[in-house]
Write a protein that binds this ligand. Structure first.
Ligand code: HAM
Length: 414
């Protein structure tokens, strides 16, 4: 039997990765402009890191963690997200008192049921701002999110936002929600009954009709958070409402236990059921929970597979491609030297070679297929005379014979 990749862990081929590279280059440019610096943490961490941060009651830790015993019988897990590792790294370096603006990227792992937009190995690009209390950092991160979407040509989305108050407000709301729902527990869908017992706030995320109906009369988060938090949330919405569709969503609690304060998500109807392509919020208590010192923390992560679906590629900055075609008998040190000279003369151009040779005609066909705009052809005659044919492949196929110096000049000026 042929070996297949694991379920929910797709391969990415060159034709897929063109969009990824475009996305990554736009994002690194934006992160630079905010002076947000990259951090890389391991894919494997001790399981306890995730049970203590993401939360024992969350689905991510309960059912979705890829955990194993290593050779030393210690339980280790593939990371399901990036924030916990970043906080662990800063605590380990004893830098909780400093301010950090960080970004990261890479694969994350969750044993979920695969479907469109939901994978077991997926990728995130995330940002964490550490050491900044509630205030300007919320504004800066949301404007970063808007800038990212704008630079990728994504305009049709909603930014949902909520304020979960501090840990105390979150707990009182949770208790009140449980007291309200418990007498109606058997009216809830089976899945929501389980959530009510394990992680009651997640009932608010339910897509079940009966639950949604029941929740209409349930206590509201807004009644548990302070006036100050409410005003802060309204201030945020008012500041950004002219730039995007931003909406307060009181049922937005997010799936990880560590959040307090502002939480947000961007959703697009173009994505189907898995419509959130970015999510984040404030999580000031996580450092303490991991035995670190107090550290204000806020961030977000983008689901790369999902956002990639929404990108409109702007072709204007795309590199020009030129095919370098050499008659099989002429392939030698000399022709390779010409190719090298051309590459060093203008590194903004892709010079594609067709290594298995074949006739000039068949190489030209391959140049056209691979999207070359021009071809440089060195046949028998040209090789003898230190010349090359310059051929325009775009429309009428015009061509001219050039000396090697003229060829280099032409190439530099493309
Ligand atoms: P999250 O909402 O669990 O948050 O994930 C962020 C994004 O990752 C989601 O909005 C979604 O686009 C994508 N995503 C999640 N699971 C999958 C999956 N199975 N397949 C494909 N894409 C997926 C976090 O992970 C937090 N660490 C974000 C954060 C950073 N909060 C503060 N700082």
């Amino acid at each position: 039997m042929k070996i297949q990749s694991l379920r929910g862990m797709p391969d990415l081929f060159p034709e897929d990765l063109e969009r990824w590279h475009y996305f990554e280059s736009k994002l690194t440019y934006i992160f630079n402009s905010f002076n947000t610096l990259e951090i890389r943490t391991p894919l494997l961490e001790s399981t306890e890191l995730f049970s203590r941060s993401v939360g024992n009651s969350s689905d991510i830790v309960n059912k979705e963690l890829y955990s194993f015993l290593d050779r030393n019988k210690e339980s280790i897990s593939l990371r399901p997200e990036g924030s916990a590792s970043v906080i662990r790294a800063i605590i380990q370096k004893k830098q909780e008192h400093e301010k950090h603006k960080l970004w990261y990227q890479g694969p994350m792992f969750r044993y979920e049921r695969p479907q469109k937009g939901r994978f077991r190995q997926f990728h995130q690009i995330g940002v964490e701002y550490l050491g900044f209390e509630e205030g300007v950092s919320e504004y800066e991160l949301i404007s970063m999110v808007l800038q990212i979407n704008q630079s990728l040509g994504i305009s049709d989305y909603t930014l949902k936002i909520n304020h979960l108050g501090d840990a105390h407000a979150k707990e009182s709301f949770c208790n009140s929600l449980v007291s309200f729902l418990e007498p109606h527990a058997n009216e809830l869908h089976e899945k929501d009954q389980i959530r009510l017992r394990s992680n009651p706030l997640r009932v608010l995320d339910s897509k079940e009709k009966s639950t949604i109906e029941l929740l209409k009369n349930a206590p509201k988060f807004q009644d548990f958070i302070s006036e100050e938090s409410k005003l802060f949330l309204e201030g945020l919405v008012n500041s950004f409402k002219d730039q995007c569709d931003i909406q307060i969503d009181q049922s937005l609690v997010r799936g990880l236990d560590y959040y307090t304060g502002v939480v947000f998500e961007t959703v697009s109807s173009e994505l189907g059921a898995q419509d959130a392509f970015l999510g984040g919020g404030r999580y000031d208590n996580l450092s303490k929970q991991l035995e670190g010192k107090d550290m204000y923390s806020i961030g977000f992560a983008i689901g790369v597979e999902r956002i990639i679906e929404l990108i409109n590629i702007d072709d204007s900055g795309k590199k020009i491609k030129v095919g370098f075609i050499v008659n099989e008998q002429q392939i030698s040190q000399k022709t390779y030297k010409i190719a090298d000279d051309l590459r060093s003369a203008n590194s903004c151009i892709i010079l594609d070679t067709f290594l298995s040779g074949g006739s000039i005609k068949s190489q030209l066909r391959r140049a056209n297929k691979s999207g070359c705009s021009f071809a440089i052809i060195i046949g028998e005659e040209e090789f003898k005379n230190n010349q090359a044919i310059w051929k325009d492949l775009r429309e009428d196929g015009e061509q001219e014979v050039l000396s090697l110096q003229e060829l280099i000049n032409q190439y530099i000026n493309l």
